[in-house]
Design a binder for this molecule. Structure first.
Ligand SMILES: CC(C)(COP(=O)([O-])OP(=O)([O-])OC[C@H]1O[C@@H](n2cnc3c(N)ncnc32)[C@H](O)[C@@H]1OP(=O)([O-])[O-])[C@@H](O)C(=O)NCCC(=O)NCCSC(=O)C[C@@](C)(O)CC(=O)[O-]
Ligand SMILES: NC(=O)C1=CN([C@@H]2O[C@H](COP(=O)(O)OP(=O)(O)OC[C@H]3O[C@@H](n4cnc5c(N)ncnc54)[C@H](OP(=O)(O)O)[C@@H]3O)[C@@H](O)[C@H]2O)C=CC1
Length: 430
């Protein structure tokens, strides 16, 4: 029954300390002392820092951090920190990277570190002429934008270009100005948003219209990260032979390229890897995910972020291209000590190198998922690793977890009801 005595209207909640908030939440939700203690155990994130990173903090939510091995990117071996709650994601990257390691691993590139900020103007009487008026002010616009961020300028970044589009919207023509800004080692949201807000009154004056939105675009298509790898047939073959595996993977790609229902899952697999590194390094997962999916839908049809084809000598070639707006400065990257440690593990000294490594991880992840799907099926490898989670869900603790998980894999039935039965057996309760 609904409890009508509880109220979520808590004035001044944000002004309380984390401990006071937790007490209120515990009371509201009827949490026992153990649950409350778990919430306030912030692990490797200082509670005071957490309270500064986001609002209304009561604790922190810890996610496992795994390391993907075997990755060689542009001739350099690198260990990959991945923050994810999903089993088999880290193993999949290790597995894919192992199979192309001897062939040289991944080669990567980047289109640049340019972000786009948009300024929306409406009620412009002569949008096409206004477009030219704004384009004619390029040097003035550059000075205004660069004046917003001298620090960025000192690192070689800043305004690069202005573009103006006349959009045919439901509310009539709309004038949209794009500021193209090199944000170097920052993701750049705050930098370009400040520029857009500062420039907005000028756009209103030059266009004769009214300005509404002034915000970056997450479709960061001037910041594309690319990765490529060749998987030799003798490395991917196994029992069914390299050619069959290769053809199955290529066909899986063709399926994703032709069908948005499949492409969504295909790209979700890629983002298993991408988002895990983005999160581990304190970057904005939503920004990267929005950019990736918008890029996958360019041209009007949602499709695959990767491509698989056969090289002239019959090997499997895989490539990926996606927007990668990540930074080493700003957001939580600098503030979160675990993010700093993850960047140290990666050994990256530029946002570009980080973006390129993440693209390689996305490609690796996709290779392993497609290989599993096109051969044994995803459940064999994934469920074998997921068996431990199922064992824990069934109530197994300590040593029981491994024993129950092993029994589930042996029976080929990774299900909670089976786990419960195995556990009862183990405990002599059957
Ligand atoms: C799970 C594996 C790796 C087993 O693969 P396998 O061939 O049975 O494993 P193996 O024991 O022969 O080991 C091969 C290598 O895999 C790695 N490996 C193997 N086991 C581990 C482990 N426990 N921890 C860390 N690494 C592991 C490791 O690198 C190892 O090399 P070694 O170190 O022995 O020289 C394989 O089946 C696989 O890659 N499966 C794909 C799993 C996957 O994609 N998971 C993502 C979750 S499913 C999903 O959300 C996305 C999806 C699938 O829907 C996307 C789509 O539809 O496209
Ligand atoms: N739609 C979206 O994706 C949005 C995302 N966000 C959030 O914005 C945050 C990222 O913003 P971002 O602008 O990157 O972060 P910050 O504003 O925190 O940091 C960037 C700033 O750091 C300074 N800086 C110092 N060294 C460098 C260097 N080597 N290269 C580049 N800049 C340097 C620059 O100047 P200075 O010191 O003068 O600032 C730069 O503007 C994330 O938390 C994200 O979640 C916010 C709004 C919308």
């Amino acid at each position: 029954m609904t409890d009508t005595t509880r109220s979520s209207r808590i004035p001044g909640f944000h002004k309380k300390s984390p401990a006071e908030r937790l007490a209120l939440v515990s009371d509201f939700a009827g949490l026992d002392a153990a649950a409350a203690a778990r919430l306030s155990d912030t692990g490797n994130l200082d509670l005071g820092l957490a309270d500064r990173l986001v609002e209304n903090v009561i604790g922190s939510m810890n996610i496992p951090l795994g390391i993907a091995t075997n990755m060689r990117v542009d001739g350099e071996d690198v260990l990959i920190p991945m923050a994810t709650e999903e089993s088999s994601v880290v193993a999949a990257v290790c597995n894919a990277a192992r199979q192309c390691y001897d062939a040289g691993g991944f080669t990567t590139s980047m289109s640049g570190t340019l972000m786009i900020a948009q300024i929306q103007a409406v009620d412009v009487a002569d949008p096409h002429a206004a477009r030219l008026r704004i384009l004619g002010r390029r040097e003035e616009i550059k000075a205004i934008c660069d004046g917003c961020d001298p620090v960025l300028l000192s690192f070689g970044g800043g305004f690069r270009d202005v573009e103006v589009r006349v959009l045919d919207s439901r509310g009539g023509p709309m004038l949209v100005t794009h500021l193209i800004v090199d944000t170097r080692d920052a993701m750049g949201a705050n930098a370009v948003n400040s520029m857009a807000e500062t420039l907005a009154p000028h756009i209103a004056a030059w266009s004769g219209g009214r300005v509404y939105l002034r915000i970056l675009s997450n479709l960061a298509d001037r910041r594309l990260a690319r990765a490529h790898a060749v998987w030799p047939l003798d490395q991917i073959g196994g029992q069914i032979g390299g050619e069959a595996v290769r053809d199955g993977i290529v066909s899986a790609y063709h399926f994703a390229a032709a069908d948005p229902y499949r492409a969504a899952t295909h790209n979700k697999g890629i983002m298993n890897g991408v988002s895990a590194v983005v999160l581990a390094t304190g970057n904005d997962t939503r920004a990267v995910e929005a950019g990736a999916h918008a890029y996958a839908a360019r041209g009007g049809q949602y499709g695959s972020l990767t491509r698989f084809e056969v090289t002239a000598d019959g090997q499997l070639s895989g490539s990926i291209e996606l927007p990668m707006a990540v930074g080493l400065i700003g957001g939580a990257t600098k503030a979160h000590p675990t993010a700093q440690a993850c960047l140290a593990i990666l050994g990256v000294t530029s946002a570009e190198r980080l973006a390129r490594i993440i693209a390689a991880v996305g490609l690796a992840q996709n290779f392993s998922a497609l290989k599993a799907l096109a051969t044994t099926g995803i459940q064999k490898g994934h469920m074998a690793l997921h068996a431990q989670n199922i064992a824990m869900m069934a109530g197994a603790v300590g040593d029981e977890i491994d024993r129950v998980a092993a029994a589930l894999v042996e029976r080929g039935s990774v299900r909670q009801d089976v786990a419960q039965a195995v556990l009862q057996d183990l405990r002599g309760e059957a």
